[in-house]
Design a protein around this ligand. Structure first.
Ligand code: UTP
Length: 268
C-alpha cells in the first residue's frame, strides 16, 4: 500500500516561522510532526510513503535523506546516533514529489498520481499538519475498515460544534454501525444551515485509486483550489462506495500557533 502525505502548503497561518521552518517540521515530543505521520503510515501497512513537498520547503527532503556526514559529526554520542539510525530506517520508505504551485489539497494529492500509477489497492492519505493521538494508530483502523468493506474508500470523521461546520468538509450518509456511515455526500465548508451533519472530514483518508481520475476532472472548487472533498464527492456520484469512520483519539491541527501549543502539551 502507498501512502501520500501532502506537505507542500504555504503554511501562511504560521508566518513568519514558516518562511524557514515548515509547520510539518515543528517538533512534537522530540521529533518533527511529519516523522510521527510517516510512522503512522508505516504502522498502517504502507510500503512506500510519498511526501508531496515544494521547492520552498527544502528542509523536509533534507531531513529524510540519509547522509553519512551527519553521523560522522556525532560519532561517540550514542543517543544522537540512535536517533539518526531510527530516522534512516523510516527514511528508506520515503520518496518525494513536488507541487510547484499551491493550488490546494486535491492538487497536492494529484501530484502523487504518477507515483501511484497501476495501483489497485486503495492509497492512504494523511495530512501533513494533522496529528491524531490515539491508543490504536488512526490510519491502521481506517485501513482495516476499508479491507472489511472490499477495499472501499474510507474517510476519517470527527464531530465538530455546529458553529464550526463551515470550516470543514462535512459528511452526510446512513449509519452502518456505531461510528461508521455509508456516505452519500460530502460538502466542502457548508454554511451551518446547509450542513448534512456535524461530522467533519478530519485529516486521514483511505482512497480508491479512482480518486486520481476524479481529481483530474475537478475544476477549482471552494477558494479557487482543487479540493480533495470535491473529488470524493465525484466518486460518490459515480457510484463508488465511500464510508466515513469516526475514529477514536484526538486530532490536533498543528497548522496554527494555538493548535501547535495544544499538541506540544498533549505529547509531552
Ligand atoms: P491546509 O489547508 O492547512 O493549508 O493544508 P496550508 O495552505 O498549508 O496552510 P495555510 O492555510 O496557508 O496556513 C493541509 C495540508 O495539506 C498540505 C499542507 O502542507 C498541509 O499539510 N497542502 C495544502 C499542500 O500540500 N498543498 C496545497 O496546495 C495546500
Amino acid at each position: 500500500m502507498k501512502a501520500i502525505i501532502p506537505a507542500a502548503g504555504l503554511g501562511s497561518r504560521f508566518y513568519p516561522v514558516a518562511k524557514s521552518v515548515p509547520k510539518e517540521m515543528l517538533p512534537v515530543g522530540g521529533k518533527p510532526a511529519i516523522q510521527l505521520i510517516v510512522e503512522e503510515a508505516l504502522a498502517a501497512g504502507a510500503g512506500e510513503v510519498i511526501i508531496v513537498t515544494s521547492p520552498q520547503k527544502p528542509s523536509i527532503m533534507q531531513y529524510f535523506t540519509p547522509d553519512p556526514a551527519w553521523r560522522a559529526r556525532v560519532e561517540g554520542k550514542a543517543e544522537a546516533v540512535r536517533a539518526l539510525d531510527e530516522l534512516d530506517r523510516v527514511s528508506k520508505s520515503v520518496r518525494f514529489v513536488f507541487q510547484h504551485e499551491q493550488l490546494g489539497l486535491g492538487h497536492a494529492v494529484l501530484q502523487a498520481a504518477p507515483a501511484c500509477a497501476g495501483e489497485k489497492e486503495p492509497v492512504l492519505v494523511l495530512l501533513g499538519d494533522a496529528l491524531v493521538k490515539s491508543d490504536a494508530p488512526c490510519a491502521r483502523g481506517l485501513v482495516e475498515v476499508s479491507r472489511a468493506f472490499g477495499n472501499a474508500s474510507v474517510v476519517g470523521l470527527e464531530r465538530v460544534p455546529p458553529e464550526r461546520v463551515s470550516r470543514y468538509g462535512i459528511a452526510g450518509g446512513t449509519p452502518v454501525r456505531e461510528n461508521l456511515l455509508r456516505l452519500d455526500r460530502l460538502v466542502e465548508k457548508p454554511p451551518p444551515d446547509a450542513a448534512p451533519s456535524d461530522l467533519a472530514v478530519a485529516g486521514r483518508y483511505v482512497l480508491d485509486p479512482r480518486v486520481f481520475a476524479c481529481l483530474s476532472a475537478c475544476a477549482a472548487g471552494h477558494g479557487g483550489e482543487i479540493q480533495l472533498t470535491d473529488a470524493i464527492q465525484r466518486m460518490l456520484e459515480g457510484g463508488a462506495p465511500v464510508y466515513g469512520c469516526r475514529y477514536p483519539g484526538t486530532r490536533f491541527d498543528i497548522g496554527n500557533p494555538d493548535g501547535y501549543r495544544e499538541v506540544v502539551l498533549a505529547y509531552r
